[in-house]
Design a protein around this ligand. Structure first.
Ligand code: SDX
Length: 385
């Protein structure tokens, strides 16, 4: 918070509450996270993405019939229109996967007959289609980037299994499936983070939900937000050998560089999601590849150094993005798909917040303290220096 012209300015809206919500509680002091009141640990152990999407959208855990219903709706929506596949094909190799995702997801609106229907019922149906199709787009981006062609979805599979099937063109291993279930749940929602806020700002003008989600994808891309998972793994690749870890981190800190995957605007203690992902990563070591074992050792040594230096003293701890990379590598996910997968999962949280905010919509229009000139005289160009 700073002062300017007698006004309190909150840089980055730090400490500012923008709405009331019942979707997600982030306890930054205790390091706890709840989706609609359920602790993230319980959900990551017992649930799956379709059930979590239902929980976020409807505000309660589904009964058997309700769960079967959303599974069916999401499975029905998985197939991508040919025009969307063409966009992905055309951009593949020419653009960042997040740019391809942003463009392809935006184009979905051309294939939704309800795009302009702003009724809550239509917005809910569109949300479920979006949550399903963004995952199909991400899988197709990965598939085509690797030189493959579009794999039509398998409607008999669950969401995460179909994602991996569309990505790799074959059924996933148990391990791959386990990892994707965990990561889709853990990344689904996180209160008014930057990309959710971006979604809400777009929707607060009563732009349609496709416009709002496109805004969310655009915001998530940045390395200070969703792009940190890719940046953190690229750092681990750059460190190369575990014995280089401490000197690399010390050098970066000395150069005032930020270590991706650490620090958080809200968590001033260990991010509970980082704890879950780290535990998973450590547990999969026995049958992990040498590459994953190397990344894990680097990550654990970097964590120890960062926590010793900046944990208690500065409130800078590992966040959701730090250990995610090595776990994704263990599932055979290419690094350029890490943030697109984050977006595929968070599309559930974006839609849930948009539907909730529209119930009492208010255009977002913050103020700036103007500190420039006023009433200057207009000088014709011939008289300017
Ligand atoms: C996500 O908000 C959410 O909920 C987001 C998210 C979600 O699920 O949606 O949790 C997902 O985005 C997690 C965060 C991923 N980003 C990163 O890992 C990037 C690295 N982290 C930093 O850029 C930073 O910690 C932020 C952006 C996450 C939070 O920063 P703030 O709250 O704006 O604080 P700041 O950048 O002003 O930092 C305060 C101080 C600074 O030092 P001084 O200039 O005061 O001396 O802490 C230092 C910073 O330099 N600092 C770090 C650091 N993070 C903060 N120093 C080294 N490495 C870091 N990672």
């Amino acid at each position: 918070m700073t002062e300017a012209a007698g006004q309190r300015v909150s840089s980055g809206l730090e400490g500012v509450y923008i709405a009331e919500s019942t979707i997600c509680k982030v306890d930054g002091q205790q390091g706890r996270l709840y989706y609609r009141g359920y602790p993230i640990d319980a959900l990551s152990k017992n649930s799956d993405f379709e059930e979590v999407a239902y929980l976020l959208l409807y505000g309660k855990l589904p009964n058997r019939q309700e769960l079967d219903g959303i599974r069916k709706q999401m499975a029905e929506a998985r197939d991508l229109p040919r025009g969307v596949i063409s966009i992905i094909t055309e951009m593949s190799g020419k653009a960042d996967p997040m740019d391809i995702l942003r463009t392809a997801a935006s184009s979905l609106s051309a294939y939704d007959p309800e795009v302009s229907d702003q009724s809550p019922e239509a917005n809910l149906r569109k949300s479920i289609r979006i949550i399903s199709r963004v995952s199909s787009i991400v899988a197709t981006i990965g598939r085509i980037n690797e030189g493959g062609s579009y794999v039509a979805p398998d409607k008999s599979m669950g969401h995460e299994e179909n994602f991996l099937y569309m990505l790799n063109g074959k059924k996933p291993t148990e391990r791959q499936l386990e990892i994707m279930k965990d990561m889709f749940i853990i990344h689904a929602e996180h209160s008014s983070n930057a990309s959710t806020f971006g979604t809400m700002v777009a929707g607060s003008t009563l732009a349609d939900i496709y416009s709002a989600i496109t805004a969310g994808i655009s915001v998530l891309k940045g390395p200070l937000h969703g792009g940190a998972d890719e940046a953190a793994l690229r750092m681990m690749k750059e460190i190369g050998s575990p014995n280089n870890t401490e000197s690399y981190i010390e050098g970066a800190l000395a150069g005032k560089k930020k270590i991706m995957g650490f620090g958080h605007r809200v968590y001033k203690t260990y991010d509970p999601r980082a704890r879950i992902i780290k535990e998973y990563l450590v547990n999969l070591q026995p049958d992990a590849s040498d590459e994953v074992k190397r990344y894990t050792e680097i990550a654990l040594r970097a964590e120890k150094l960062m926590v010793d230096k900046l944990g208690q003293s500065h409130g800078i701890w590992p966040n959701v993005d730090f250990f995610a990379g090595p776990v994704y590598v263990a599932a055979g996910i290419p690094v350029e798909l890490f943030t697109p997968i984050f977006a595929a999962s968070r599309s559930a949280g974006w839609c849930a917040h948009m539907l909730e905010y529209w119930k009492n919509n208010k255009l977002f229009r913050p103020l700036e303290v103007y500190s420039g000139d006023i009433d200057l005289e207009y000088v014709p160009i011939e008289n300017r220096k």
